[in-house]
Design a protein. Structure first.
Length: 336
């Protein structure tokens, strides 16, 4: 582990200096630092840092549009001076969970390779947003100020599970340019953190489900972006505990009962202000959802080909494509 010499004094507060300091650290150490769990002296603890885990779901057919965004956020100012407690419940209780469905692409459902669960967000109320609203929501989260109204940005540690150019994909699909905002000091991947902690799956990497199992968590409805980002942040926090905290966090209480109570509490939270709660992907109106829709719509492409069901959707929401992937291998080998 890298040690910081006493002569270096207090930890930098300038974002670019923080970024260069973290560059030489491994990911567990960075996660511990963000949680205020650094092994160095107290002066090296961050005065403010925000952990933001993001997961995106993409449609299984070309052109592989973005259908959902999940965001889980822990503002570590909320846990300063707070012991993690049994199963780290005091810290997990401070996480904010969000699930956004993209209005333009919400009719694109995955059924073949990784069946989706877009209606089954565990941690609160799903909101329907346009791509522009999604971009603004992400912008809000990545531009938190250290001490409002002062202009200094809060350092953000960006997290994902199996991060493969996710920030570039968000820039491409939503025009949300995380790099240009300048608040991200480090990008962490729970697969890498797990590897550093010695948690391996069947190969060198571990799936999100098996990683949850390492902490006795039975994940519900994976492949819902909101749930996946939530479990990513929860497992990252668990891996960021120090060995002493891990000992203290061990209790006989099952972790799943903590998860159930966290989920129940979040259902009563007021949903985020972005977007709307009900949106119909059949007629493009708000206030109801697709199964309740009585509007008359038709798809001219399907009608022209005499396909049954041409009245089930509008032309611009037709998902009938000539080209579908034949196998999981072919699907996985497509270059982004
Ligand atoms: Zn409708
Ligand atoms: Zn059609």
């Amino acid at each position: 582990m890298t040690t910081i010499s006493a002569t270096q004094g207090s930890f930098p507060t300038d974002i670019s200096e923080i970024r260069s300091r973290l560059r030489s650290w491994n990911q567990v150490k960075t996660m511990r630092w963000a949680l205020g769990n650094g092994s160095e002296s107290a002066e090296n603890q961050p005065s403010s840092a925000i952990l933001i885990a993001i997961d995106c779901e993409w449609h299984e057919n070309e052109p592989r549009e973005l259908t959902e965004i999940g965001i889980a956020m822990l503002d570590t100012r909320d846990i300063q001076g707070l012991e993690p407690g049994p199963n780290a419940e005091n810290w997990l209780d401070k996480i904010w969970f969000y699930h956004l469905r993209i209005r333009e692409h919400g009719h694109m459902l995955n059924t073949r390779f990784c069946p989706g669960h877009p209606d089954d967000f565990n941690w609160g109320t799903t909101k329907w947003v346009t791509k522009a609203e999604a971009s603004r929501a992400l912008h809000d989260l990545f531009t938190e100020r250290v001490e409002p109204p002062k202009p200094e940005l809060c350092p953000v540690v960006f997290l994902g599970h199996a991060v493969h150019g996710d920030s570039q994909k968000l820039a491409e699909h939503l025009q949300f340019d995380m790099g240009a905002i300048g608040s991200v000091v480090s990008t962490l991947d729970t697969q890498v953190i797990a590897n550093e902690c010695g948690y391996r799956g069947r190969g060198d990497t571990i799936g999100l489900g098996p990683l949850c199992s390492r902490f006795d968590i039975s994940p519900k409805h994976l492949h819902n972006a909101g749930n996946d980002s939530g479990y990513t942040l929860i497992t990252a926090v668990m891996m960021g505990l120090t060995s002493e905290q891990k000992e203290l966090a061990k209790v006989d209480k099952p972790v799943d009962s903590l998860m159930t109570s966290l989920m129940a509490a979040r259902k009563s939270y007021r949903p985020p202000s972005w977007g709307v709660e009900s949106f119909c992907t059949r007629c493009d109106r708000v206030g109801h959802v697709q199964p309740q829709c009585r509007a008359r719509v038709e798809c001219s492409k399907c009608k022209a080909k005499s396909r049954r069901g041409y009245r089930s959707h509008s032309t611009h929401r037709c998902t009938r494509v000539e080209r579908v992937y034949e196998s999981m291998d072919e699907f996985n080998n497509i270059q982004w």
